[in-house]
Design a protein around this ligand. Sequence first.
Ligand code: G3H
Ligand code: ZN
Length: 282
Amino acid sequence: MLATLHDLLPRARKNGYAVGAFNISNLESAQAVLDAAVELRAPVILQTSQQAIAYAGLFELVALVTSLASRVRIPVVLHFDHGRDISLLRAAAKAGYTSLMFDGSRLPFRENVQKTRMLAKFAHGLGVSIEGELGVIAGQEDGIRAREHLLTDPDEAQRFAELTRVDALAISVGLAHGRQVLREHLNVARVRDIGRAVSLPLVLHGASEGVADAVLKKSIAAGIAKINIDTSLRISCNTAARRFLKKHPKSYNPRELFGACRDAMRITTGRYLRLFGSAYQA
Ligand code: G3H
Ligand code: ZN
């Protein structure tokens, strides 16, 4: 069944676990994430970037996820990840997305507040939840790029949460999007400071690579209630595809190839759901 961030995240923060938010862009990735979540009875978020929408189509993604979610008992959020195009965000909410993220992180504070608040009003009017972002997350992913981190300031975060009325807040705490060459430093002390200042569920981006499990767990205890995973699924899928083609150079059945990718993404998703503590919470 479909749900919103508001249905899932306050409970997660209160009970010390995080809900996994996985980037999908086609049938196989959506099935892989949902199958893992159903197997582990975990609430789950399926999210799409603007580029995934450009690839697969807005209405096609809504139809796909709505259809899959209608046949499972766990709560499933269809979330728009890193939305910067306001008219596309509005269209997505009207088409059936149950949650939006407005990424105003590059804007000056006042403009970020003003645009996020305006979209929050719009989203809430439709029963749709919304995530805002404050601070800049370094790295590169689906057209979202930044060279340097700008860590989220706890006092600003508190003002932002109050002024915008978002349901969840994405924070910059030292991690980066995409495949990292250097080991990332997740600043748990900063998560803790923000967690003390803001009672909203906090969102961790860029958590796929180079972060120790124990550090992720500490950040969940400090207030992180949603963790985004994209790069790990991409790597699992591509590694499985390479392995499959090497082992079966004569195969010409795409279902065998895509099936191998789907299996790999399902296994990766399951590992994260256990790590985040959301298994058996649905
Ligand atoms: O918005 C998506 C996530 O922040 C993905 O992060 O590149 O580490 O998987 P990742
Ligand atoms: Zn992100």
